[in-house]
Design a protein around this ligand. Structure first.
Ligand code: FPP
Length: 246
């Protein structure tokens, strides 16, 4: 199906180790079809499945998806409810396959705010996929980057106040150890669907050197072919990390 692009990716060589995605446009996808917004989110779930499979096929090691932001708590209660039950549904439906495919799921964000049922589902998928070693799938839920950085600063301040850490030992690496993303390298590539040119409080620290790939495709229409095209585009970029290339 998308084998031709996958072959091109393999010819080019190195793929990004870590891809982060802002899955945007579910609401517009539904509105364009005169459907209620939750049906857009449901269609978006299929795209999640596609992208997880595609990432595995392409040899990506870490995939981080922005599923629910802290700002999303301000949406109408029925839409929040729909998103939460979709999350529970996704977990119930995909757990076995994710485990079979060696996907290790982590959930990043303030999960204390989730309903007890959503929280139980999240805890279950994290526990039951913990042996996966092919692909790390990070679901950012109730996630906000400024809150994450503030939390890290607070933890470091507590260590200093307790005499466990000297202020001069705080550097970028030490702070990054307190972020939710501590176990993984920073994303090499950020994909945002639906054409918006914003970071929306997503991984502000971690995306410092990421290549940005913005596509007009709405999230429910995003498939593995689109993912592979983003990877190919990444392979054409010249990453300099602030240096010059000769
Ligand atoms: C943004 O579209 C998308 C979301 C707020 C939710 C993303 C959720 C999913 C893709 C489905 C569930 C995911 C998992 C991991 C189970 P939007 O509503 O902001 O769209 P709009 O900008 O067109 O209104």
């Amino acid at each position: 199906m998308a084998q031709d692009i996958l072959d091109q990716i393999r010819l080019h060589g190195a793929v990004p180790a870590h891809i982060a995605i802002i899955m945007d446009g579910n609401g517009r996808w539904a509105t364009e079809r005169a459907l209620p917004r939750p049906l857009g989110h449901r269609a978006g779930m299929k795209a999640v499945r596609e992208v997880v499979e595609g990432a595995r096929e392409a040899g990506i090691k870490v995939l981080t998806l922005f599923a629910f932001s802290q700002e999303n708590w301000k949406r109408p209660p029925d839409e929040i409810q729909a998103l939460m039950s979709l999350l529970e549904h996704y977990i119930a439906k995909e757990l076995d396959e994710l485990r079979r495919n060696g996907v290790r799921v982590s959930v990043l964000g303030e999960v204390d705010r989730l309903s007890p049922a959503a929280r139980a589902a999240v805890d279950r998928i994290v526990a039951e996929t913990s042996a996966g070693s092919q692909l790390a799938l990070n679901l950012c839920i109730s996630y906000g980057s400024r809150a994450e950085i503030t939390r890290a600063a607070k933890i470091l301040a507590e260590h200093v106040a307790a005499g466990r850490l000297a202020p001069e030992d705080i550097d970028e690496e030490r702070l990054a150890q307190e972020l939710h993303t501590a176990p993984w390298p920073d994303p090499d590539l950020l994909i945002r669907t639906s054409g918006e040119l914003r970071l929306s409080n997503f991984l502000l620290w971690q995306l410092a050197y990421a290549e940005l790939y913005i596509t007009p495709v709405l999230w429910p229409d995003f498939g593995r072919r689109d993912l592979f095209e983003a990877i190919l585009e990444f392979q054409r970029r010249d990453r300099r990390f602030g240096r010059v290339t000769v």
